[in-house]
Design a protein around this ligand. Structure first.
Ligand code: CUA
Length: 156
């Protein structure tokens, strides 16, 4: 009788711990979904994203004196546009979504590192003060040719 009661108490403690753990996990996942690292976002329909402004015409747009908006699509396994070129010192605002699965969007050697998510538009800005050829890489595993998924932005 006595042992039975003790087991019951431990069972309740165990279940409570599990509930707390799942709650923390759920809240954590939810928080990450709302604010993915490195960018703000808003929602968009991935089914029709390539038919609507601005993603119907991905590419660079000059929006100021040496300031650009780079509208980009990520897909398995590449990015659109395939290549971009900006002058040294250009401030580039990347506006990125995915047409299929979650991809990465990272430029090694810079602070640019975010996700490209279907149904969401993520943005991040970077000023390219050093000339060179910068790789934009996918750092989220997305399938067989994940390693090959990249594009370049040339700064000169
Ligand atoms: Cu796209 Cu990995």
């Amino acid at each position: 009788m006595h042992i039975h009661r003790l087991e019951k108490i431990w069972l309740i403690i165990g279940i409570s711990m599990l509930v707390i753990f799942l709650a923390v996990l759920g809240v954590g996942t939810f928080a990450m979904g709302v604010a993915p690292p490195g960018g703000h976002h808003h929602s968009i329909d991935p089914e029709t994203v390539t038919e609507k402004e601005p993603f119907n015409n991905p590419g660079l747009r000059q929006i100021g004196e040496n300031e650009y908006e780079a509208v980009m699509l990520a897909f398995a396994f590449g990015y659109s546009p395939e290549q971009m070129e900006v002058p040294v010192g250009a401030k580039v605002h990347f506006v990125v979504t995915s047409t299929d699965v979650v991809h990465g969007f990272a430029i090694p050697g810079t602070n640019v590192n975010m996700m490209a998510v279907p149904g969401e538009v993520n943005t991040i800005s970077h000023t390219f003060n050093e000339p060179g050829e910068y790789l934009i890489l996918c750092n989220e595993y997305c399938g067989a040719a994940h390693e090959m998924m990249m594009t370049t932005i040339i700064v000169r």
